[in-house]
Design a protein around this ligand. Sequence first.
Ligand SMILES: Cc1cc2nc3c(=O)[nH]c(=O)nc-3n(C[C@H](O)[C@H](O)[C@H](O)COP(=O)(O)O)c2cc1C
Length: 188
Amino acid sequence: MEKLSISIILGTAREGRDSEKVAQFVLQEVKKRSEIEPVFVDIKDYISGKTSRLSDEQSEKNKKWHDIAEKADGFLFVIPEYNHSFPGEFKMFIDTLFKEYAKKPAAICGVSNGAFGGTRMIDAVRPVLSYLGMIPVSPTVQFMKVNELFDTKGAILDEAYGKKVSAMLDELIWYTKAMKEARKTIKK
Ligand SMILES: Cc1cc2nc3c(=O)[nH]c(=O)nc-3n(C[C@H](O)[C@H](O)[C@H](O)COP(=O)(O)O)c2cc1C
């Protein structure tokens, strides 16, 4: 069977970000699923300063993200909570495209140092993804107290997160397969 292309997006460019450890953990969990072909996207490598999809001038970075997003069957976002929302650079990144997201499922992982694991960010980003045409799946994973969650080698200390990510992936895979089939019926 043709594999599902899922873009795993690390949604902060902050130097010293702990979300990178979360994104790497999630990527390893995704790699356990043989039906997924993961494509890792670190937004720090894609921010070009040209935020507008209406711009005629597409930078090389915009084009690279465009090509990945166009091919993607679904998305998995790992985003920290900054001031009860998502990082500004994430909005700049996501706003560079539009139609490439349409009718594609999206899973969201929130990250924070606090006890809520980015729940307010999740509530803030969900309508943005919906407006862009994505289908946010219901299960999310909140990575709480991220500053205490990994050992010095980057290994996760709470094994319960494996099950949580797995349950979210089950739902993401179900919707991604269904929507991939459904998109084939759309006349271009
Ligand atoms: C600008 C900024 C705003 C933040 N706002 C919040 C917040 O609203 N809620 C929260 O729980 N943590 C907040 N944090 C702390 C993050 O939870 C913490 O940085 C965590 O490590 C995840 O983000 P990181 O990937 O940037 O490290 C904030 C951090 C920054 C840099």
